[in-house]
Design a protein around this ligand. Structure first.
Ligand SMILES: [Zn+2]
Length: 84
Protein backbone atom coordinates (compact mmCIF):
# COMPACT_ATOMS: atom_id res chain seq x y z
CA UNK A 1 0.00 0.00 0.00
CA UNK A 2 2.65 2.51 1.08
CA UNK A 3 4.72 1.65 -1.97
CA UNK A 4 1.74 2.38 -4.20
CA UNK A 5 1.43 5.89 -2.78
CA UNK A 6 5.13 6.47 -3.26
CA UNK A 7 4.87 5.47 -6.91
CA UNK A 8 1.81 7.64 -7.39
CA UNK A 9 3.64 10.60 -5.86
CA UNK A 10 6.52 10.23 -8.27
CA UNK A 11 4.31 9.73 -11.27
CA UNK A 12 2.42 12.89 -10.30
CA UNK A 13 5.66 14.75 -10.71
CA UNK A 14 5.20 17.09 -7.79
CA UNK A 15 8.18 18.16 -5.77
CA UNK A 16 9.16 16.03 -2.81
CA UNK A 17 11.51 13.50 -1.31
CA UNK A 18 11.49 9.75 -0.94
CA UNK A 19 9.84 9.11 2.41
CA UNK A 20 10.12 5.87 4.35
CA UNK A 21 6.54 5.31 5.45
CA UNK A 22 7.62 2.65 7.96
CA UNK A 23 9.70 5.27 9.75
CA UNK A 24 6.83 7.72 9.53
CA UNK A 25 4.55 5.17 11.17
CA UNK A 26 7.01 4.53 14.00
CA UNK A 27 7.67 8.24 14.56
CA UNK A 28 3.96 8.86 14.96
CA UNK A 29 3.58 5.78 17.16
CA UNK A 30 0.86 4.35 14.95
CA UNK A 31 -1.56 7.15 15.78
CA UNK A 32 -3.85 8.54 13.09
CA UNK A 33 -3.04 12.24 12.62
CA UNK A 34 -6.66 13.09 11.88
CA UNK A 35 -8.75 11.28 14.52
CA UNK A 36 -5.89 10.52 16.97
CA UNK A 37 -6.82 6.85 17.30
CA UNK A 38 -4.40 3.98 16.67
CA UNK A 39 -4.27 2.73 13.10
CA UNK A 40 -3.00 -0.77 12.22
CA UNK A 41 0.27 -0.91 10.31
CA UNK A 42 -1.30 -3.16 7.67
CA UNK A 43 -3.92 -0.61 6.73
CA UNK A 44 -2.56 2.88 7.32
CA UNK A 45 -2.69 5.56 4.67
CA UNK A 46 -0.37 8.55 4.33
CA UNK A 47 -1.92 11.99 4.37
CA UNK A 48 -0.43 15.33 3.37
CA UNK A 49 -1.01 17.70 6.30
CA UNK A 50 -1.07 20.56 3.82
CA UNK A 51 -2.64 19.10 0.68
CA UNK A 52 -0.43 19.06 -2.39
CA UNK A 53 -3.28 20.79 -4.22
CA UNK A 54 -2.76 23.72 -1.87
CA UNK A 55 1.00 23.87 -2.25
CA UNK A 56 1.91 21.19 0.30
CA UNK A 57 5.06 19.24 -0.43
CA UNK A 58 5.75 15.52 -0.32
CA UNK A 59 8.23 15.74 2.55
CA UNK A 60 8.23 13.86 5.84
CA UNK A 61 7.42 17.04 7.76
CA UNK A 62 4.23 17.44 5.76
CA UNK A 63 3.10 13.84 6.06
CA UNK A 64 1.09 12.05 8.69
CA UNK A 65 -0.28 8.56 8.92
CA UNK A 66 -4.05 8.19 8.95
CA UNK A 67 -6.86 5.71 8.56
CA UNK A 68 -7.83 5.33 4.92
CA UNK A 69 -11.36 6.39 5.88
CA UNK A 70 -10.10 9.51 7.68
CA UNK A 71 -7.87 10.37 4.75
CA UNK A 72 -10.62 10.09 2.17
CA UNK A 73 -13.03 12.03 4.38
CA UNK A 74 -10.50 14.86 4.49
CA UNK A 75 -9.88 14.70 0.76
CA UNK A 76 -13.59 14.84 0.10
CA UNK A 77 -13.68 18.32 1.59
CA UNK A 78 -11.57 19.60 -1.27
CA UNK A 79 -13.13 20.59 -4.58
CA UNK A 80 -12.65 17.60 -6.86
CA UNK A 81 -10.78 19.60 -9.48
CA UNK A 82 -8.15 20.47 -6.87
CA UNK A 83 -7.64 16.92 -5.59
CA UNK A 84 -4.24 15.44 -6.49
ZN1 LIG B 1 -8.31 8.14 11.86
Amino acid sequence: MAAEQETKARRGGYYGESVDFGVLYRNQRGICGICRHPVPFETFAVDHVRPTSKGGKHFAWNLQIAHKACNSRKNNKLPSHLAP
